[in-house]
Design a protein around this ligand. Structure first.
Ligand SMILES: [Zn+2]
Length: 159
């Protein structure tokens, strides 16, 4: 998916519904950090495939672990922001790590149906998810989830 912001809809909704299981900041960072790859790829070669190794479950796992380590290192500051947002969450290193991984893997699940060149199970060459849904359905669903997440946040946490 070329626009990382669309990933935020599913990430926030999953995060809000699993606050006792997953640490929202690590989930969100893990689910978006993977798109550094197409950003760098497009800057270097605008016509080259933008979904490479880091858009496989193996590569995304590295991204998810990296995201979790960043969040863990900044946890005190992140917790202050979460407190301002009324989203305080206790989180162990294990919970942060799991959240980074789930976020990164969800990114691969969301992108894989849209790009036949993606290799989600790298080093295996196939993409069994390709065509599961189309670009329009994906963007529309993500946009709806962004709105639902905002409504859910407002009525559950902000009030
Ligand atoms: Zn992506």
């Amino acid at each position: 998916m070329p626009f990382t912001l669309f990933h935020l809809g599913p990430l926030f909704l999953i995060g809000f519904l699993t606050l006792s299981l997953l640490y929202l900041p690590a989930l969100v960072l893990g689910g978006t950090i993977v798109d550094i790859e197409p950003l760098i790829s497009r800057l270097q070669c605008p016509t080259c495939p933008s979904h490479g190794f880091f858009h496989s479950f193996l590569g995304a796992s590295i991204g998810g672990i990296f995201a979790a380590l960043i969040v863990f290192a900044l946890k005190k500051r992140v917790d202050k922001v979460m407190s301002l947002l009324k989203l305080e969450q206790p989180a162990s290193f294990k919970k942060i790590m799991l959240s980074g991984l789930v976020g990164a893997w969800s990114h691969v699940f969301l992108d894989a149906p849209l790009d036949p060149r993606m290799q989600p199970f790298y080093p295996l060459p196939d993409n069994p998810f390709y065509g599961l849904y189309g670009v329009f359905e994906c963007y529309a669903a993500c946009a709806v989830l962004i709105v639902l997440s905002a409504i859910f946040y407002y009525y559950t946490f902000k009030k």
